[in-house]
Ligand binder design. Structure first.
Ligand code: FAD
Length: 458
């Protein structure tokens, strides 16, 4: 007997650990709900709801393969090793197979599992290329995105990206006409949840989402991706964050239609590849710099920033009451729907760190507490990019002007009007300007330039 331990890879297709386990002998699957750990990791109630739904779908898919999914609840990651030891003994399992995760607590948990004597075998099914395999000629991690991307593109060209198929029926003892379909009990996570049903939580839904995006949107992705009122991006992030679909599956499907997308061009498909590689970049950085998982600035000069951290200003930002229409509408999008458009994540993060002078870690946490796609590596990477403390981050003196961002990317105020009906009567010209702003842009910019000048090199 082998055990497949599911984590952020809630799928039966293109799942390296599951495929390997099903090669010989029977398999049982396990998933751990870890309420206290999730609290520490600020897992959003909407993401918990999404996980619950995805687990029920996964249990059904596994049952069709003759595999039972056992769901266990323990408080913390530190409780997992003993629970796994017990399960291995009970099932007389020789191996536990799982797919790697990139975050430090997850990595330490896996080490502890191995130290408890569990024969844990880890596979790569999250990144397209293994972290640690995209390196400079000196064997170090790239510090700049573009050469990292070029190296990735060249490596990907020689990889076989064909996703692993769904494994065959697993209970080898039974003859074909005796196949038993298990009927799994309903899985329920007894924690605060927020309805996530805007995203149907199944592998099929993720695949349908991908196909629709590739059929209808990707050609114009480079033109529309920055406009939050347009359906310009894939909105696949919740599926990727919880592993209902893999980045490799996305890339493979894209290349079936657009083989040139690896040629570093500027059209829609190539630009989408670029974004998938940003995801890789932040994962690779995280693995090679584990201190990032403990809240460290990537650029240690960031330790010298004298954050002001005014709780009243933070509250106004969280509640979408800064007075800046685009920032406030974006924060409403986050708290109401659990998702925020990428352009707006940048605008809101910039406003928090550079207008309100609040530590990026406060914003990182708030995002994680509300995002359905909350993902430590991408969230940390995004926040540190905006705060200018990250790897290949935006220069400290680049400060988004929330009014100009609004004029450029929501020119008719269409997005603002969705979340603030009261402003919808305003003209295209007027709607972008602040009403009773909590800080004044020009003054805030000058203060930020001074405070962030500690990031000046030399
Ligand atoms: C401050 C900040 C916080 C963020 N927090 C998260 C987070 O918690 N989880 C998350 O998945 N993404 C995060 N991102 C990245 C990005 O905003 C989202 O991945 C994107 O908005 C998801 O929408 P989409 O699926 O339509 O993306 P698409 O534009 O269709 O891109 C396809 C996929 O590529 C990946 N991707 C795209 N842009 C980025 C990026 N800049 N960095 C890393 N991966 C990217 C995502 O997996 C995304 O689903 C953050 C960005 C910023 C600036």
């Amino acid at each position: 007997m082998k055990i497949v331990w599911f984590r952020k890879d809630l799928r039966v297709h293109d799942n390296a650990a599951l495929t390997q386990a099903c090669q010989d002998g029977p398999v049982t699957a396990v998933y751990f709900i870890t309420p206290e750990q999730w609290k520490k990791h600020d897992v959003a109630p909407i993401q918990i709801d999404f996980i619950e739904k995805a687990l029920n779908q996964l249990a059904n898919s596994l049952a069709e393969l003759g595999i039972e999914l056992i769901v266990k609840t323990v408080d913390l990651f530190s409780d997992v090793p003993n629970s796994l030891v017990y399960l291995c003994r009970k099932l007389n399992a020789s191996e536990v197979l799982a797919n790697c995760e990139v975050e430090i607590d997850e990595i330490n948990r896996d080490i502890s599992v191995q130290q408890h004597g569990v024969n844990l075998k880890l596979f790569q099914s999250d990144c397209i290329i293994n972290p640690g395999e995209v390196l400079t000629q000196q064997g170090t991690m790239f510090k700049v995105f573009t050469p990292f991307k070029i190296n990735c593109l060249s490596q990907i060209k020689s990889l076989d990206l064909t996703p692993y198929a769904k494994p065959a029926y697993n209970n080898l003892i039974l003859e074909q006409d005796e196949l038993i379909t298990l009927s799994p009990p309903t899985i329920s996570i007894e924690l605060p949840k927020k309805d996530s049903s805007t995203w149907q939580a199944s592998e099929d839904a993720a695949q349908a989402h991908l196909s629709k995006f590739l059929d209808e949107q990707v050609e114009d992705y480079h033109l529309h991706r920055d406009f939050p009122a347009k359906p310009g991006t894939s909105m696949l992030s919740p599926y990727l964050a919880l592993g209902l679909i893999s980045a490799k599956q996305c890339l493979y499907a894209l290349l079936q239609r657009y083989p040139h997308a690896l040629d570093n061009g500027k059209d829609g498909p190539s630009t989408w590849v670029n974004e998938l590689i940003w995801r890789e970049f932040y994962r690779h950085i995280m693995v090679l710099n584990p201190r990032l998982g403990k809240g460290a600035n990537y650029n240690q000069l960031g330790n010298n920033i004298n954050w002001q951290n005014d709780p009243k200003l933070f509250k106004a930002w969280c509640e979408g009451k800064t007075g800046y229409p685009l920032v406030d509408a974006a924060m409403q999008q986050l708290t109401q729907t659990g998702w925020m458009h990428n352009r707006l994540r940048m605008v809101c993060a910039s406003f928090l760190t550079k207008h309100l002078l609040i530590d990026w870690r406060w914003g990182e946490r708030f995002f994680k507490q509300h995002l359905i796609d909350g993902d430590f590596a991408s969230n940390n990477g995004g926040w540190q990019w905006v705060a200018s403390t990250g790897c290949d981050a935006q220069p400290y003196f680049r400060i988004f002007n929330p009014i100009i961002q609004s004029q450029k990317f929501d020119p008719n105020g269409q997005f603002i009007s969705i979340y603030n009906q009261a402003l919808s009567h305003l003209s295209d010209k007027q709607i972008h300007f602040p009403v009773n702003p909590i800080v004044e842009h020009k003054l805030a910019r000058l203060t930020a330039l001074d405070l962030f000048s500690v990031l000046k090199k030399g």
